[in-house]
Design a protein around this ligand. Structure first.
Ligand code: UD1
Length: 420
């Protein structure tokens, strides 16, 4: 297994371009299944989860081709299977996002039941209940979700009792081709939901209200396809800015969207960073200072994202003072703590809160990535630690960060990948 070897101590400086958003790309790739006409998706990040989704489309018989600019053309007219197999779903829970579109367009979908994952049990009950409210029958058989619809799905009024990004997306996509109007109440408001809605509307759907907690989808007979460019990745943006803050550096993220970054920028400013921004860039200048400890609680957008919590734990680990990081979305998402403590951090977990007392110095150590964002935290810690850090199991990082070592090298980070 590949490892990342980091020599700590470099202060990050310079510009780094931001890739397309993983969490927008995955539902958009699934939404391609709704379209009768040709679909072209641009700004797809080169990531394992995107490759897995493209492979999944291929398994369904869909024709996909990447052009020289990494734009993906998707032609669904060759589809011949309605089953998302266990082998693919087990590697990526977001495969569940093909359920709604396949069911809506073809009246049938079989998706292997996604299991739990390291960060928590992550059920899919809300996805299934939403589809049932639209008239689908759903059975769980041999480890598969088997969804059927007698004719078109029917528009419904759906109140989600938990705010779920994935369930909102699945129901939105299913409703796009349903008969009549669907209203989703207590919908997730994440920017990736807005991006999916814009994309679907470009391809012929009628989705209104995305970005608010009530989304209205007027079902259409068919979607014609077209071109769509995926939004920039706000979590990747935040990760590079956090790395700059931890190292006392000055980094400008380019090709990004500051309007999606509110809560993260506020917290980074609280560390003492000076943040400036333009239409498509954000610069963080720590002016060589040590960050001040901050406290935060994760919650659905527009509050602080759970996907940035681990990275800010790493910043706090070397900050001046005591900060608390409280995780409210997933039950087991403070896994970075144990590994950070092995590097000399002083973090105590109390329930779903990590109490972080900043230390003067972290020490390089061999550490193990446990999930995507926890591994980003370990990379940040390795960049500030004294000596060498070896991050093992970096396939987690490759699921969400495009060219992470190249991008950090460009900023002056001493990091390399060694094949294992
Ligand atoms: C998405 C993101 C992930 C992010 C998360 C929360 C993608 C591909 N992934 O994951 O990076 O960390 O949003 O912002 O976009 N829940 C239920 N029943 C369900 C569905 C969810 O109880 O049917 C619960 C989950 O266990 C969790 C909470 O709802 O506690 C939020 O999860 P959800 O928003 O659905 O996360 P994902 O869409 O899986």
């Amino acid at each position: 297994m590949d490892k990342l070897i980091i020599q700590g101590g470099a202060v990050l400086r310079g510009d780094v371009w931001i890739s397309g958003s993983k969490n927008a790309a995955l539902p958009i790739l699934s939404a391609a299944l709704l379209s009768e006409g040709l679909v072209t998706i641009a700004n797809l990040p080169h990531l394992q989860d995107v490759t897995t989704t493209i492979e999944l489309l291929g398994t369904l018989g869909v024709t996909v081709s990447l052009d020289e600019k990494r734009r993906l053309e998707v032609n669904t007219s060759t589809l011949k299977s309605l089953t998302a197999p266990y082998e693919l779903v087990k590697t990526m829970r977001a495969s569940i996002l093909v359920l709604g579109p396949m069911l809506a367009r073809y009246g049938e979908a079989n998706v292997s039941f996604p299991g739990g994952c390291a960060i928590g049990s992550r059920p899919v009950d809300l996805h299934l209940r939403g589809l049932e409210a639209m008239g689908a029958t759903i059975e769980i058989e041999d480890g598969y979700i088997k969804a059927r619809s007698d004719g078109r799905l029917k528009g419904a009024h759906i109140l989600m009792d938990v705010v779920s990004v994935g369930a909102t997306e699945n129901i939105m996509m299913a409703a796009a081709l349903a008969q009549g109007t669907t209203v989703i109440e207590n919908a997730a408001r994440e920017p990736e939901i807005i991006d999916l809605a814009k994309c679907m509307n470009t391809w012929g759907a009628d989705v209104q209200g995305a970005g608010s907690n009530t989304i209205t989808i007027n079902g259409v007979d068919k979607m014609h396809g077209g071109y769509y460019k995926v939004m920039p990745d706000r979590i990747e943006t935040g990760t590079y800015l956090a790395a700059a803050a931890a190292t006392g550096g000055k980094v400008r993220t380019t090709q990004t969207d500051p309007s999606t970054m509110g809560a993260v920028l506020l917290k980074l400013e609280e560390t003492g960073a000076i943040i400036t921004q333009g239409d498509d860039w954000i610069e963080l200048d720590m002016q060589g200072k040590r960050p001040k400890a901050i406290s935060l609680t994760t919650a659905p957008y527009p509050a602080f994202p759970t996907d940035m919590q681990a990275q800010l734990t790493a910043v706090n680990a070397v900050a001046d003072g005591v900060g608390t990081i409280t995780e409210t979305i997933f039950e087991n998402r403070l896994m970075q703590v144990q590994e950070l403590n092995r590097m000399g951090a002083n973090i105590v977990v109390q329930g779903n809160t990590a109490v972080v007392t900043g230390v003067d110095k972290l020490k390089g150590a061999p550490v193990m990535a446990s999930d995507l964002r926890a591994s980003a935290a370990l990379v940040i810690a390795g960049l500030v630690a004294e000596g060498e850090t070896a991050v093992d199991r970096i396939y987690h990082i490759d699921r969400g960060y495009e060219c992470i070592e190249e991008k950090l090298q460009l900023l002056g980070g001493k990091i390399k990948r060694v094949p294992g």
